[in-house]
Design a protein around this ligand. Structure first.
Ligand code: BGC
Length: 778
């Protein structure tokens, strides 16, 4: 009661003083865009300043509709764009419009239809982040961003809540499909390319989720316990790299705690590191409903609390009334928000068409999908499909029901999906009608019998594999020229993947693969497995029962055509893994700490593996993976030669060049990967770390390309926690140029004569607990 009274008296005080101010300027109110942001802020009431920091859903939770309207704030109880994730408040008297924010990383997520309208609002489903990273082609990702961003603009959205840039620490994270890689350089470069492409349309992005948001189990309360070094070198690094090469209008903090404190409440993370150390000038927004301590969120450096809840208004008002939150901090937050609003299409009165060029964008989606598919296995040139093959027996539910992307906020309402069956048919193959009919009938009837989910984005359990009799398989092996089996797995926001039947294939899937393979082998015919998945799965239990494996990922709405493009050789595969596929799940360095200590609230997840995530672990600890980081086959072969450096001793930077030649018989592209091994003097270091990469242009047989790289002092450094500094230690450094982390083709070394302190920082990301004991190298 006392608190409420204090709040009321504080509020009345504020309202009185500001009302008198408002009266004096009544006829001559500053307007956003015409007057300076400072003038606009000076004319705002405390209520306006507080309300505008919260998303417009605050209005829905408000006990009575008075305060906001009386101050000229318009609350949108409905979103301006149906199905968008949120809007901000408008303050018309000061010329401040409401802006719209929508998901998500693989295409715009809005409602495809609206009540009483015949028009549709479908968006292009682009390939998921994991596939885009597997292209290793930043220009291509930029192109996807351009097309995708045009849909954002033309559907009246100001900020797209993408890209997702968390590290794929463990295969089971339900949202890995939205993210790029296990490696911070690949992740950061892909994120930057996407941001630059999206923002070239004059809309904003939201680089998310900052930081250490690497699993979904108990996502609102979980605590990630991470050492300063692992944070700096891996988890923050992905964001740091992205911010070096792009300027996202917003950064979204994550739900989780980091070392005992919510990331969204960490001044050290949001202001000291993101803003002061990395010089980030944009706006910081909370994740949706990260509704903990709103005062600390604003103090940490947020300018937008989404989607907004009324208790947050009360929290901010109370803190201000009780001298726990200075108006100067609120003003700073509002300033960032207004600076963002003036850049938006809404503010500029852009007349969006609601008619983006979906036909053109579908082609961008298809091209990107083909570039990111990874050919994992290809015995005896099973692929591309030989010219004499005409009829194909196609098995597996997802052959007919392609998974274009994951569930949750990363889902896209697309107008259509090209299935693999359609893709193969369009490419000229005959699919056995009996099988096709059975599968489509089965998939359709199971789908029809299931209750429509309340939230279509939530996703539904996988449909069990259709039972196909041995007789039918044997008949097919006689009639068809080849077998293709699709295996699909899906996951998404809110839950991690299940080890038993999402990471491992279900028994029904394994037996299907074995039976088909054996029946076709008996007829000297080939079996290809196509993986329609968003993240790493087990291969060991079944991969011997295949002649070829194409990792098609979740390839977006044109996926069926893209798969056919690769299988037929119309496009030569050039995708490379941006994440390691282990032999066994237990080989993953985070396996024993994932998803953390159960039964404790909050769930505590110790990042015991430290910096040894992904290939950093497999390569340093010499654990053999099924398919290593950077791996991917082609229909041609390449040679790498003449790795040269411009000097023998490092001095500020060093330039390397290498020549790649297509030594095979068809045109293709190769990805050159530059790994660096640094001297481990005062701390342990991974055997090697990716420091640069580039994809060649399409090289004709016999054609060569020279690729140049520059390594800077930054690239040589590691974070030494005891010195709170990025340091390049004196000694010999080795550059390994290869086509995967284990297919190194050329090696050269240089010397750093004296230790370089690259950046002296302070260990800002404090831990509530003593620092964890981590792996420390071989
Ligand atoms: C997700 C974000 C998303 C937001 C808005 C949250 O639950 O974590 O990635 O952008 O919802 O839909």
């Amino acid at each position: 009661m006392k608190i409420i009274n204090q709040l009321k008296s504080g509020l009345i005080l504020c309202i009185c003083s500001l009302t008198s101010f408002a009266q004096t300027t009544k006829n001559n109110l500053p307007q956003l865009g015409k007057n300076s942001i400072q003038d606009v802020i000076a004319a705002m009431t405390i209520e306006e300043k507080i309300w505008i920091l919260l998303g417009s859903e605050t209005e829905l939770k408000k006990p009575k509709a008075d305060v906001a309207e009386s101050n000229g704030i318009i609350g949108y109880t409905d979103k301006k764009v149906a199905g968008a994730a949120g809007t901000t408040f408008a303050i018309p008297r000061l010329g401040i419009p409401a802006i719209v924010l929508a998901d998500g990383p693989a295409g715009v997520r809005i409602s495809p239809t609206r009540p009483n309208e015949s028009a549709t609002y479908y968006a292009t489903a682009f390939p998921v982040g994991t596939l885009l990273a597997s292209t290793w082609d930043t220009d291509l990702v930029n192109k996807v961003g351009k097309a995708f961003g045009n849909e954002v603009l033309e559907y009246g959205i100001d900020i797209i809540l993408a890209p997702g840039n968390n590290i794929q620490r463990n295969p089971l994270n339900g949202r890995n499909f939205e993210y790029f890689s296990e490696d911070p350089l690949v992740s950061g470069k892909m994120a930057a390319a996407m941001i630059n492409g999206l923002q070239s349309n004059g809309i904003g992005t939201s680089l998310k989720h900052f930081a250490a948001n690497n699993h979904e189990t108990r996502r609102f309360s979980t605590n990630a316990e991470v050492s300063e070094r692992a944070l700096r070198e891996i988890y923050l690094k992905a964001f740091q790299v992205a911010l070096k090469e792009s300027e996202p209008w917003t950064v979204m903090t994550s739900y989780n705690k980091l070392n005992g404190t919510y990331t969204a409440e960490r001044y050290d993370l949001v202001t000291e590191i993101l803003r002061n150390e990395w010089n980030y000038k944009g706006l910081v927004v909370t994740d949706w409903g990260a509704a903990k301590n709103v005062v600390d969120q604003v103090k940490a450096g947020h300018s937008l609390i989404m989607p907004g809840q009324y208790f947050q208004v009360e929290g901010l008002e109370y803190a201000m009334a009780n001298n726990k939150l200075d108006v100067a901090i609120i003003d700073q937050a509002v300033e960032k928000l207004l600076a963002l609003i003036v850049k938006t299409p809404t503010f500029k009165n852009y007349k969006f068409s609601n008619k983006p060029n979906l036909v053109e964008h579908a082609q961008v989606s298809r091209a990107a999908a083909t570039e990111g598919m990874v050919l994992l296995k290809n015995l005896d040139n099973t692929l591309p499909i030989a010219k004499n093959i005409k009829t194909i027996a196609t098995f597996g539910n997802t052959t007919y029901n392609l998974i274009t992307g994951g569930t949750g906020s990363g889902m896209v309402n697309k107008a259509y999906v090209v299935s693999m069956a359609q893709g193969l048919t369009t490419a000229g193959f005959t699919l056995d009608p009996q099988i096709e009919q059975r599968y489509t009938k089965y998939v359709d009837s199971v789908e029809a019998s299931r209750l429509k989910p309340k939230n279509p984005a939530a996703g539904r359990p996988q449909i069990p594999e259709l039972k196909i009799s041995d007789d039918l398989i044997i008949k097919q092996a006689l009639l068809s020229d080849m077998a293709i089996i699709s295996v699909g797995k899906n996951a998404g926001e809110g839950a991690d993947r299940n080890l038993d039947n999402n990471y491992h294939l279900m028994d029904s899937e394994i037996t299907l693969i074995k039976r088909v393979y054996e029946a076709f082998k008996a007829q000297r015919k080939k079996t290809v497995v196509v993986l329609n998945i968003g993240g790493v799965i087990d291969l060991a239990s079944w991969q011997n029962y295949s002649d070829a494996i194409l990792l098609a990922w979740q390839p977006g709405q044109e996926g069926g055509h893209a798969i056919a493009d690769i299988l037929t050789g119309k496009v030569n595969p050039s995708g490379k893994l941006a994440i390691t596929f282990p032999e066994k799940y237990v080989d993953v360095s985070s396996a024993k700490n994932f998803p953390g200590t159960q039964g404790v609230d909050p769930l505590n997840v110790v990042y015991e593996e430290g910096i040894y995530t992904g290939y950093r672990y497999f390569d340093t600890y010499m654990v053999k993976p099924a398919y290593e980081f950077g791996y991917g086959l082609s229909y041609t072969t390449f040679s790498l030669n003449n790795l040269t450096l411009d000097k023998v001793n490092f001095d500020k930077k060093i330039k390397a060049s290498i020549t790649i030649k297509n030594t095979g018989s068809v045109a293709g592209k190769e990805v050159v990967q530059i790994y660096l091994s640094a001297p481990a003097k005062s701390i342990d270091k991974p055997t090697q770390e990716l420091r640069a990469f580039a994809k060649t242009k399409l090289l004709k047989p016999g054609q060569s390309q020279k690729i140049k790289f520059t390594l800077t002092a930054d690239d040589l450094s590691s974070y030494i926690s005891s010195k709170a500094a990025w340091i390049a230690e004196e000694g010999r450094y080795t550059i390994s140029a290869g086509v995967s982390s284990r297919a190194i083709k050329q090696v050269i070394s240089f010397y750093l004569p004296i230790q370089l302190i690259i950046h002296q920082v302070s260990n800002q990301v404090k831990s509530a607990k003593p620092i964890i004991k981590e792996f420390t190298g071989k």
